[in-house]
Design a protein around this ligand. Structure first.
Ligand code: CUA
Length: 300
């Protein structure tokens, strides 16, 4: 019937459609009654009001029918809710870290990605948490969403049934970068997935640098293509003349290696003029910092 790219889509749609159909029928019945009564009991036809006798039968009918309807609505919702809340034992586990303002997906073998790559036909269980504030992972095409809460692990599961790429949104307002906090589920054949899952991570500086920018969440706020998002672009960063605000005063500096390193280690040391001062301090090893700074200096 409808496009159903995961096992969860149809379940939610069926419960939803049932409720919509019930509501439309009730709306039509109530509206028709209203119009009929308006005409039939018009003042011209009935200049003197009559005493209306109560009808026990009518009262029973309009109590019992809606009760049965809402019990059915509850039943459909409950059955599918139970299904959607309980992941199967053999599910592929992916750890999800939400943070201002990006998603990080970590697989069992240590593989990390800012895209959620999954094999078709295999249940995938997401174990989710947040590094800072409350976020919410929503996959509209799969009709599933769940909050990511600091200090707590929440979960979702699904099994993709159609190859393709489906939006992931954050649906809990989490600060200035909230609307940029997007990613995608990429559903691929099991063979393609295994190739990706087992592929060696890049060895050269460019590949390592780019991977780090993704996994550390830098690309949630900065771009490589020259456009500004929550923060300034990384394109031609080295040697750029940049207005910064230090101790309430704006000065112009030339971006160099030292500035980049310091800004990553302590983002609050200087605010970049024209942008909100919201950059989080991202934990990283000396080795990772060296790679990122080295890579940032080379982006043209
Ligand atoms: Cu994260 Cu909104």
């Amino acid at each position: 019937m409808l496009f159903s790219p995961s096992n969860t889509t149809g379940k939610v749609d069926n419960a939803f459609l049932f409720i919509v159909v019930c509501c439309v029928i009730l709306l039509a019945a109530v509206t028709i009654c209203m119009v009929v009564f308006l005409i039939k009991y018009n003042r011209e036809r009935h200049p003197r009001p009559e005493r209306v006798k109560e009808s026990l039968l009518l009262e029973i009918v309009w109590t019992v029918i809606p009760t049965i309807l809402v019990i059915f609505m509850f039943y459909f919702g409950w059955v599918d809710f139970k299904y959607i809340r309980n992941p199967p034992k053999d599910a592929l586990t992916v750890n999800v870290l939400a943070r201002q303002w990006s998603w990080l997906f970590t697989y069992d073998n240590g593989r990390q990605s800012d895209l959620l790559n999954v094999p078709l036909g295999r249940p995938v269980k997401l174990l989710m948490t947040s590094a800072d504030v409350v976020h919410c992972l929503f996959i509209p095409a799969f009709r599933i969403k769940e909050d990511c809460v600091p200090g707590m692990t929440t979960h979702l599961w699904f099994s993709a049934t159609e190859p393709g790429s489906y939006d992931i949104f954050c649906t809990e307002y989490c600060g200035v970068g909230h609307s940029h906090m997007r990613s995608r589920v990429v559903a691929m054949s099991p063979g393609d997935f295994l190739n990706w899952y087992n592929a060696p991570q890049g060895r050269d500086l460019a590949e390592q640098g780019l991977t780090l920018l993704r996994t550390k969440g830098c690309l949630g706020c900065h771009t490589l293509d020259g456009s500004d998002k929550v923060g300034p672009t990384f394109k031609n960063l080295m040697g750029r003349r940049q207005g910064v605000i230090r101790a309430g005063r704006e000065t112009e500096i030339v971006v160099d290696e030292e500035f980049i390193r310091r800004h990553i280690l302590d983002p609050r040391s200087a605010a970049v003029a024209g942008f909100p001062s919201v950059m989080p301090q991202m934990p990283m090893t000396d080795e990772e910092l060296k790679t990122i700074v080295g890579y940032l200096m080379r982006i043209k």
